[in-house]
Design a binder for this molecule. Structure first.
Ligand SMILES: Nc1nc2c(ncn2[C@@H]2O[C@H](COP(=O)(O)OP(=O)(O)OP(=O)(O)O)[C@@H](O)[C@H]2O)c(=O)[nH]1
Ligand SMILES: [Mg+2]
Length: 145
């Protein structure tokens, strides 16, 4: 099973997805510091929102197999810089979240942002509505329920 580093702006759904993938109850709590799961590392959105904290993401990525860049389809922008994924030198997946709350145009915009950031593959999910998650679980080789 792969270890995934989750990166995305605050509220993009990183913690919710980590909880889902680890069969935990989905409960909101603001991530204040890097959180380690069996198969994931969850980061605070502020690590992406403040350039000065990129280094912390790069260091944290060292022990991970895959980088997951999240883009909230309902957010005005992803805050993921173009080619952001390159600094990690690891496989990059893009995950569009909150797809049920967004229209097709917003989902396409989110995907474009993820491709531009360096995603090799993109998944469109809604974790609360339990949509689009099976292909992601398969890709991460986490047992599907
Ligand atoms: N409808 C919908 N809501 C979601 C989804 N993912 C997360 N949410 C909601 O969005 C809010 C923020 O989700 P979090 O998982 O805490 O976001 P985060 O990326 O961990 O945010 P930070 O810890 O601040 O960086 C919560 O109220 C979640 O229930 C989704 O796919 N669909
Ligand atoms: Mg969080």
């Amino acid at each position: 099973m792969k270890k995934v580093l989750f990166i995305g702006r605050s509220g993009s759904g990183k913690t919710t997805l980590c909880q889902y993938l680890h069969h935990q109850k989905l409960a909101y709590h603001k991530t204040q510091a890097v959180q380690f799961y069996d198969h994931a590392v969850d980061t605070p959105g502020e690590y992406l929102e403040n350039r000065g904290l990129y280094r912390a993401l790069i260091t944290t990525a060292a022990d991970c197999d895959v980088i997951a860049l999240l883009c909230d389809a309902t957010a005005p922008e992803s805050l993921l810089p173009p080619n952001f994924g390159q600094v990690f030198n690891k496989p990059i997946i893009g995950i569009v979240t909150k797809s049920v709350l967004a229209d097709e145009k917003a989902i396409e915009k989110a995907k474009d942002s993820l491709w531009a950031s360096g995603a090799d593959k993109i998944f469109v999910v809604d974790t609360l509505a339990r949509q689009g998650l099976a292909p992601l679980e398969e890709a991460l080789a986490i047992e599907s329920r």
